[in-house]
Design a protein around this ligand. Structure first.
Ligand code: HEM
Length: 223
């Protein structure tokens, strides 16, 4: 028997909530990574102390588990919903309208999402895996030197380019994702519509641009 918990609207709600949580994660992650702009030994010391705190603090550990769960739920549910909507409409629309056509948006969301998943695997292998399971050297203050691992990675042009292209994909993914999440969650009411539009535009532009500026800054500083 079909219950609320197996319904499409429930799956869409969880996909939206996990997406919104991931945006909050991105904002926190971005703030932490801004420390990479601090130059010299002060920056290295501060970033490594921060990385130590982030990998050992019990509250952060729980938040990390929520993040991993959100990533898995978000991928599984959006994948399922995409397949479901494709099966429900085996014949494509004859006319594509630019804004209200969910088929166009969901097709692109799937491609962008898959691209971001590949980015995430590369990203986690480079930093997260190294920090937790790799052999990262110690810095002068007795912390794992994740700062040097990160900065050294961004000395390679090809690696910086992966980040730049991925941040463009992230921008488009966030745009369609946030718009549809706010719609699903019912927060885009007439009263808040323009505030939601401004919030979405701000996040969609600022998150990818500031993320992208970090590898660019480190690469340029090294040449
Ligand atoms: C210039 C951009 C970025 C830099 C320098 C950066 C740096 C890092 C570093 C150093 C870690 C390891 C932290 C640790 O294990 O203590 C990490 C983890 C992570 N990054 Fe990034 N990151 C960037 C962008 C992104 C983006 C755009 C995403 C998602 C689309 C992302 C998702 C993650 C996730 C999910 C983790 C694991 C977090 C956890 O264990 O709780 N990062 N990042």
């Amino acid at each position: 028997m079909k219950t609320y918990f197996t319904s499409t609207i429930f799956r869409k709600t969880i996909a939206s909530l996990s997406g919104v949580f991931l945006v909050l994660f991105l904002l926190g992650h971005l703030l932490g990574n801004l420390q990479l702009f601090i130059s010299g030994e002060a920056g290295q010391k501060q970033f490594n102390e921060y990385a130590f705190f982030m990998t050992t603090n019990p509250v952060v550990k729980i938040l990390s588990l929520v993040t991993y769960t959100s990533i898995i739920l978000h991928i599984a549910l959006t994948f399922y919903l995409t397949i479901q909507s494709k099966n429900a409409r085996p014949v494509k629309y004859a006319v594509s309208s630019g804004t209200s056509n969910s088929s166009w948006a969901s097709n692109n969301m799937a491609v962008l999402g898959t691209f971001l998943l590949i980015f995430l695997v590369i990203h986690l292998k480079s930093f997260w895996y190294e920090m937790h399971f790799g052999s990262v050297e110690m810095d002068l203050w007795g912390n794992k030197d994740l700062h040097s691992v990160t900065v050294t990675a961004f000395h390679e042009l090809w690696y910086v380019l992966i980040y730049l292209v991925s941040m463009i994909a992230l921008g488009f993914h966030l745009k369609h994702g946030l718009e549809s999440a706010f719609q699903t969650l019912g927060v885009r009411t007439r009263k808040y519509s323009s505030a939601i539009t401004n919030l979405t535009t701000g996040l969609v532009l600022l998150i990818p641009i500031i993320f992208a500026s970090i590898p660019i800054f480190i690469y340029i500083k090294n040449i």
